[in-house]
Design a protein. Structure first.
Length: 127
């Protein structure tokens, strides 16, 4: 493989949950009713621009659009909240040791992440 070639293999697993009306407990999302999982190998579809950032300490981080793959890991510290709509809604929360990865539509990606405290993260974007 040439040094500019990029191959990404990733697997996702998610158990969609919602709170009951009293807010007392979480349970499996009734609209979905099952666990979500999948895997993909991304190679040859993307160019070769890879941006990797380790130990980001300046939050919030608003990523430029135009990439095809995104990976974010909360290495340590406080929870990271992730928005896919530029910060209007933070729908994903990552605790220490958790990660999020997704193949994204490069024309629609408007990813922003933030924390309420001090966190160390790693993220990767591939165009």
């Amino acid at each position: 493989m040439a040094t500019n070639d990029v191959t990404v293999t990733f697997r996702n697993f998610c158990v969609p949950q919602e709170k009951d009306s009293t807010g007392a407990r979480w349970y499996l999302d009734s609209d979905c009713g099952r666990k979500l999982s999948g895997s993909a190998v991304l190679a040859g579809e993307m160019g070769n621009t890879v941006v990797y950032e380790d130990s980001t300490s300046s939050f919030p981080v608003d990523l430029e659009t135009g990439f095809d793959f995104f990976y974010l890991k909360c290495v340590s510290g406080d929870d990271i909240k992730l928005s896919l709509d530029g910060g209007s809604n933070y729908l994903v929360s990552l605790s220490s040791g958790e990660a999020f990865a997704s193949y994204v539509d490069s024309s629609a990606a408007d990813i922003k992440f933030d924390t309420t405290g001090t966190s160390t993260v790693q993220y990767l974007t591939i165009t």
